[in-house]
Write a protein that binds this ligand. Sequence first.
Ligand code: SF4
Ligand code: SF4
Length: 164
Amino acid sequence: MPGSRRNPPRYTPRVKPHDGSESGASRRLAWFAEGLPFACQPDCGRCCTRHGDYDYVYLSRDDVRRLAAHLEMPVSAFRARWTKKDDGHTILKMDGPACPFLDGSRCSVYEARPSQCSTFPFWPENLASRHAWDELATFCPGVGKGELIPLHVIRGYLRGRPSS
Ligand code: SF4
Ligand code: SF4
């Protein structure tokens, strides 16, 4: 899920690797306390494509280790082949119109995908307000679809820990 270095009008705000702490959106009694409906839609992949400046997939050290292991590469080789530095952060090289791991509309490294991807769309920026969430729905067709994702699961995402 590419993020952006700028403040975007919708979707993919500035995203930095999670530090494990709860955000303000999670600590407060949230507007989403009743849960939120969400279901990623098949054959979509919109959030894995570049759009304007939105092309940042930040990688934590764990992300790098996990992806390198998944691709059966040494970490150093993975870093050299697939990553670059931006403002002190490790990010995926995005030389094409989409994430290099996007295969058609599916993620080819799904089991090892970065935390930024596995926690989307439940990012603090997207949950900052009902308005931000509604704005996201104009980009991500999964927002508002499917079963209600309960608050405790959303809080897990906000801490960078997807439930499954
Ligand atoms: S790693 Fe997978 S989920 Fe993340 S942006 Fe790339 S294709 Fe999408
Ligand atoms: S439904 Fe949303 S989360 Fe799923 S691939 Fe499309 S844009 Fe991404």
